[in-house]
Design a protein. Structure first.
Length: 171
C-alpha cells in the first residue's frame, strides 16, 4: 500500500471542514438517533427487552431545574437558558462540547503549519522523485539539522535528484 502524506493531510483538512458543517446539523443527528431508538424498540424477537434487560427511552429525561436564591437587585448567574428543554440542554452540554473537543484535538495534531513538512516528506516517495521543485525541503531541513548541522535544503534536493537518477538501478 502506498501512502502519500500530503494527500492524508488534505483529507484531514476536509474532515475538519465536514465536522464543522455537521456541528450545525444537530437536528439531523437527533432525528437519526430517534429512528434508531424506534427501530430498536420495535424489534420483538431479535432485541428482546427481557433478554437484554434494557429498554431504550424514546425521549431525554426532564430534570428538575434548581433555583438559586438571589438577593434583591442581583441577577441570577450560571443558569442555562435551555435547562427546561432537555434536547437543547443535550445539544449545548454534550453534542457541541464533544464536537468542539474533537475538532480542537484534530486541529492541534494536524495544524496548517505542518503542511509544508508533509509536502517535503511526500517528495521522498519514489513516485515523486522526479518532482523536486526549488523552494522545497526547507521544513524537512530544519528537522535534520539536529543530526547534521551543515545540511541545507539545496543539498537535500541534489541528493533526491541523484537518487532519482539511480533509482532504477537501486530498485
Amino acid at each position: 500500500m502506498q501512502l502519500d502524506l500530503l494527500i492524508v493531510h488534505r483529507m484531514v483538512g476536509q474532515l475538519v471542514d465536514n465536522m464543522q458543517k455537521k456541528r450545525d446539523d444537530f437536528q439531523v443527528c437527533y432525528d437519526s438517533a430517534a429512528e434508531i431508538v424506534q427501530w430498536a424498540n420495535d424489534q420483538p424477537g431479535q432485541l428482546s427487552k427481557t433478554d437484554v434487560g434494557l429498554v431504550v427511552k424514546e425521549s431525554l429525561p426532564v430534570r428538575r431545574q434548581r433555583r438559586r436564591k438571589s438577593m434583591a437587585g442581583e441577577l441570577p448567574m450560571g443558569e442555562v437558558s435551555s435547562a427546561s428543554d432537555p434536547v437543547k440542554k443535550y445539544r449545548v452540554e454534550v453534542y457541541s462540547r464533544v464536537l468542539d473537543h474533537i475538532l480542537s484535538s484534530i486541529k492541534q495534531r494536524f495544524d496548517k503549519t505542518s503542511s509544508t513538512l508533509y509536502a517535503d516528506l511526500s517528495l521522498l516517495h519514489p513516485r515523486n522523485f522526479g518532482q523536486v521543485p526549488s523552494g522545497t525541503m526547507e521544513e524537512l531541513c530544519k528537522y535534520l539539522l539536529r543530526f547534521d548541522n551543515s545540511i541545507t535544503a539545496g543539498q537535500l534536493r541534489k541528493e533526491l535528484q541523484n537518487i532519482r537518477n539511480l533509482w532504477l538501478i537501486l530498485k
